[in-house]
Design a protein around this ligand. Structure first.
Ligand code: 4NP
Length: 174
């Protein structure tokens, strides 16, 4: 992984109103705590909820742990995101496959050499939930929203370790 700064990460789910806004704010919290220069955004593979604030249940559960999601607004993943972001994190394998499909379109549209984004699962390095989906809580209950937060916290801490290592390797070269 090459760690240019600011490093740019995009968290992606289906609707961009439950999982990926949660992931965005939780990952930002851990990157900031680790003094990493990382810019984080989120998007959905669908265009079901453009311009909408995160689901109130996501907002309420997140706020109980100190995460404020209220200023976020949903948007759809764009092919230009593959030019701008270094890393795109999928919440589940269906999102992952859809993101990879759109990446192919971006490659055709812009040329392979212009594409910056790597695609990975949010849980890629997670030791508690290894390579597991962050389950969609939309039709679920309170425990499903808590589970999203548990997994986002665990996976974000794992990503911060990866970023710290990549940053120290860049420093080592300079
Ligand atoms: P998300 O959850 O992908 O975590 O934002 C969903 C939000 C909305 C829908 C599905 C999942 N929906 O079908 O509208």
């Amino acid at each position: 992984m090459s760690f240019r700064t600011p490093y740019k990460v995009l968290c992606v789910c289906l609707g961009n109103i439950c999982r990926s806004p949660t992931a965005e704010v939780v990952l930002r919290h851990y990157c900031d705590s680790g003094q990493l220069n990382v810019i984080i955004d989120s998007a959905g593979t669908s265009n079901y909820h453009p311009g909408k604030a995160p689901d109130l249940r996501s907002q309420q559960h997140a706020l109980k742990r100190g995460y404020d999601l209220s200023n976020l607004r949903a948007r759809q993943l764009l092919i230009s995101d593959f030019l701008d972001f270094d890393l795109i994190l999928a919440m589940d394998s269906e999102n992952y496959n859809n993101i990879q499909r759109l990446k192919k379109t971006a490659m055709t549209e812009y040329g392979v050499e212009k594409i910056r984004a790597e695609v990975a699962l949010m849980s890629e390095h997670d030791t508690i939930y290894p390579k597991q989906a962050v389950p969609d809580p939309y039709y679920g209950d309170a425990s499903d929203f808590e589970r999203v937060l548990d997994q986002c916290e665990s996976s974000s801490q794992a990503w911060v370790e990866v970023f710290q290592k990549a940053k120290s390797e860049v420093k080592g070269v300079v």
